[in-house]
Design a protein around this ligand. Structure first.
Ligand SMILES: Nc1ncnc2c1ncn2[C@@H]1O[C@H](COP(=O)(O)OP(=O)(O)OP(=O)(O)O)[C@@H](O)[C@H]1O
Ligand SMILES: [Mg+2]
Length: 451
């Protein structure tokens, strides 16, 4: 077995040698400058590296080291960087840790102690790699195309997994581009019908007078131009899944026919006399409020209830926490590969504008936007300009942990006070803090007691 690679970035050759001898259990790679270190990182992808922050041309400062740290983490985000710093450089070391370094260790180096830190870093790196591999295998599931870390979306995916094997009719509610078809296909793939066909029809895209024959098929001579017997889409889905997209746009007369099919599970082709039984699982989707349509007399109540055996609502992209950046990276990777472009990164202002934008066209809009940016951008970065999104106020503080904590703290405190009906002792108990602590917190958040 080959030894694990440890990169030592250190401009003092004496110390270089000492470290190499101390760590002969590893294949020690040595670099004395930022450029040499980066070359090793690209070539050998070491899991762990130790780094002196004071590198030439700034051996007494930390500018080279911190810049290198940033570059290493941009290239290999999982790499564990251990800062070796002198006593007086403690502030720099802490800054490095804040920037993503794994740990720091004080010089002069104590080989045994450093050895432990290095071992633990290798171990953590291996765990993370293993975790990634597992996520990769999970990615082979039919819902793999659905990229999300949002609790609401993940819950939806679990519902899809549960509902898929049943024969229940499913109604998908979601704004345009939110992934309705993707979910419908997931329902099919996870069902026992997966090796039969998935047939989709978009009720909004087909002119009213053609929709009936599209759905139910027609016999030869049924109307001018019906030169041969043609099965409809429902029939084509025999044994499989039939997906009715934009069901809210189905004309009333056809709604009656669809209802009849749902009740009897037989169809009659246009101009035909025989009943053909068809076994399909129906999934339908809409971005409209069908209840409101029903109240306005544009959608049949009875059909609405028939179709809504199980309703799954897909949250709009702006309500999925963290998904904008996640999807942006996903689509960037996808389009860099398909457009044959070297890997591109997002500039910080590009990411900020992606997170600030409301994405009315949801995932589809994001997909198109990133594709365009990948094609148009020159240079190694996608900048905010390349995205062409409307200007937004700077949002640097959006990921500020302290503010997020404060906001969460405020929320649960208000909730506890409400549940306890303003009773401080009870509220403190609910929150698991002492009464004085709760008073302090209320004070801090400007909430008045009593009243
Ligand atoms: N969570 C997701 N992860 C990755 N890709 C997604 C996700 N959701 C949607 N997509 C992609 O976004 C595009 C739009 O999705 P889809 O066609 O399923 O949405 P839709 O709701 O049917 O849209 P429309 O209203 O435009 O018909 C597709 O290319 C789909 O693969
Ligand atoms: Mg669609």
């Amino acid at each position: 077995m080959s030894k694990k690679k440890l990169l030592v970035v250190e401009d003092d050759t004496g110390l270089q040698m000492q470290l190499r001898w101390s760590f002969d259990a590893y294949e020690v790679l040595l670099a004395g400058t930022r450029a040499a270190a980066l070359a090793h990182v690209r070539r050998h992808q070491p899991a762990v590296l130790t780094m002196d922050l004071g590198l030439p041309p700034d051996p007494d400062g930390a500018s080279e080291g911190l810049a290198l740290l940033q570059e290493v983490l941009a290239t290999l985000p999982d790499t564990k960087v251990i800062i070796l710093s002198g006593n007086q450089e403690r502030a720099h070391a802490l800054k490095a840790v804040a920037m993503g370094a794994y740990d720091f260790h004080q010089k002069p180096v104590e080989a045994d102690a450093l050895q432990l830190v290095i071992e633990r870093a290798f171990y953590l790196h291996a765990l993370q790699q293993e975790n990634r591999r597992m996520l990769q295998t999970q990615a082979d599931s039919p819902l793999a195309g659905i990229i999300s870390r949002d609790p609401g979306m993940l819950k939806l995916c679990r519902s899809v997994e549960k509902v898929a094997p049943s024969s229940a009719t499913v109604m998908l509610l979601g704004d345009s581009g939110s992934g309705k078809e993707l979910i419908a296909r997931g329902l099919h793939q996870l069902s026992t019908r997966q090796d039969k066909r998935f047939v989709a029809i978009n009720c909004a895209a087909i002119p009213e007078h053609l929709l009936e024959s599209e759905l139910f098929g027609y016999e030869k001579g049924a109307f001018t131009g019906a030169i041969r017997q043609t099965p409809g889409k429902i029939e084509l889905a025999q044994g499989g899944t039939f997906f009715l997209d934009e069901i809210g746009d189905m004309p009333m007369p056809l709604q009656a026919k669809l209802l009849r099919f749902l009740q009897e599970r037989v169809i009659e082709r246009v101009g035909g006399r025989t009943e053909i039984s068809v076994d399909v699982r129906i999934v339908c989707a809409t971005h409209q409020n069908l209840k409101a349509l029903a109240e306005a007399g544009r959608f049949r109540d009875d059909l609405f209830y028939r179709l809504s055996e199980i309703v799954l609502a897909i949250p709009p992209l702006r309500e999925r926490s963290g998904d904008c950046a996640l999807l942006a990276h996903h689509f960037r990777n996808k389009f860099c590969a398909s457009e044959g472009r070297a890997s591109l990164s997002f500039s910080p202002d590009a990411l900020a504008s992606i997170e600030a934008y409301a994405w009315p066209g949801n995932v589809r809009e994001m997909e198109n936007c990133i594709k365009r940016a990948v094609i148009l951008s020159d240079g190694p970065q996608i900048r905010a300009d390349d995205l062409g999104l409307p200007e937004t106020a700077p949002v640097e503080d959006k990921v500020n942990l302290r503010q997020a904590r404060e906001a969460a703290e405020y929320r649960v405190m208000v909730m506890a006070l409400a549940r306890a009906d303003g009773n401080i002792v009870k509220a403190a108990e609910l929150l698991g803090v002492s009464r004085p602590t709760l008073y302090d917190l209320m004070n801090h958040h400007g909430i008045k007691s009593g009243g």
